[in-house]
Design a binder for this molecule. Structure first.
Ligand SMILES: Nc1nc2c(ncn2[C@@H]2O[C@H](COP(=O)(O)OP(=O)(O)OP(=O)(O)O)[C@@H](O)[C@H]2O)c(=O)[nH]1
Ligand SMILES: [Mg+2]
Ligand SMILES: [Zn+2]
Length: 312
């Protein structure tokens, strides 16, 4: 004998999949329960968080060649700010926003530098935080990813190869451009070529972005604040004395380009290690390790940039 049973139909759940949730970074639609955007691999939490806020988060790009020191700088910056609330108050939004600080500090505490950022976009660390400067009335909502330098180079050489990077550069309100002072000291020209290519790429983005032409979105690149930061300045003290003069002498191409095409540029020097040594690591070869951590000039560039972004 068959007994009648009532089975609830869960088909209403499918309705949720009919409505796409746009990714905050690239703007493409995703399912409501996606963790990462299926187009650019940015965390979808950014889109969900942005929808619940009155002020739309703005993006700050940290740009630099592979090995320029982006991960070390950003991780250290977030760690210092979370411990010194009197200068800038920073509040992380979402647990994923703390991973970068955690990974960097854990490595430095073991007297190591963090691993190179993988080239795959789904493995990048994103930080979404609320920042309030001492002179600002309202806190700013900022999104700052730590992307791989190699991916930046690929996107510059082959536009549209990395969606997240292109969207980030198109939409960001300001940038921190990291230049490896240690390499400059050794006379390598890579940094100057990389930064000139990058600045060309950025200024061309304005020409292709219809929102800039219509006066929507962030201002054209020429008016966005750019903090040029000489990293690893602990290896070359002269950099701290006058970073602008150092730029003029060691990266003349960058200096000239910034003077002609960008109106809001300031030069800084920063260093995280007090002293470094070279260690032989099995199967890896020679690796630089920090002997002590003495952060200098870390907060100043970011403080300047947040001040330039204003309350808007
Ligand atoms: N002396 C000194 N060396 C540093 C400093 N910051 C970074 N380095 C060195 O630079 C290397 C690269 O630093 P990262 O922060 O991983 O560089 P990155 O820009 O994130 O590189 P990608 O992840 O490949 O894009 C480190 O492994 C260190 O050897 C610093 O403040 N001082
Ligand atoms: Mg990195
Ligand atoms: Zn996306």
């Amino acid at each position: 004998m068959n007994r009648g049973v009532t089975l609830p139909l869960d088909s209403y759940r499918l309705a949720q999949y009919a409505i796409g949730v746009p990714c905050y970074i690239c703007g493409e639609d995703n399912n409501h329960d996606a963790e990462l955007c299926r187009h650019c691999y940015a965390p979808m939490a950014l889109a969900h968080q942005a929808r619940t806020q009155h002020v739309l988060p703005r993006m700050v790009a940290t740009i630099g060649n592979s090995g320029a020191g982006k991960t070390v700088y950003l991780g250290m910056l977030l760690d210092m700010l979370s411990r010194q609330p009197e200068r800038l108050q920073v509040l992380a939004r979402g647990a994923f926003s703390i991973t970068l600080q955690q990974v960097t500090v854990a490595a430095l505490a073991r007297c190591q530098f963090p691993q190179k950022t993988p080239n795959e976009a789904d493995r990048w660390n994103w930080v979404h935080c609320q920042v309030r400067g001492s002179k600002q009335k309202r806190p700013a909502e900022l999104i700052m990813p730590d992307v791989a330098g190699e991916a930046i180079v690929e996107e510059i050489d082959h536009p549209f190869s990395h969606r997240a990077i292109r969207s980030l550069f198109t939409k960001c309100s300001g940038a921190m451009l990291l230049v490896d002072a240690q390499q400059l000291q050794e006379g390598a020209l890579d940094q100057d070529f990389f930064t000139m290519k990058l600045l060309c790429y950025l200024s061309e983005l304005d020409e292709v972005d219809p929102r800039t032409k219509r006066g929507q979105g962030p201002p054209p690149w020429r008016d966005r604040p750019v903090a040029v930061i000489f990293t690893k300045a602990d290896e070359c003290e002269r950099c701290f004395e006058d970073p602008a003069e150092y730029a003029q002498q060691h990266v003349p191409g960058l200096w000239q380009f910034c003077r002609e095409r960008f109106s809001d540029v300031r030069y800084f020097a920063s260093g995280v290690a007090g002293a470094c040594a070279v260690r032989n690591v099995p199967y890896e070869g020679r690796r630089r390790v920090p002997l002590r951590i003495e952060p200098r000039g870390i907060v100043e560039p970011f403080e300047w940039l947040v001040g330039r972004l204003g309350d808007g």
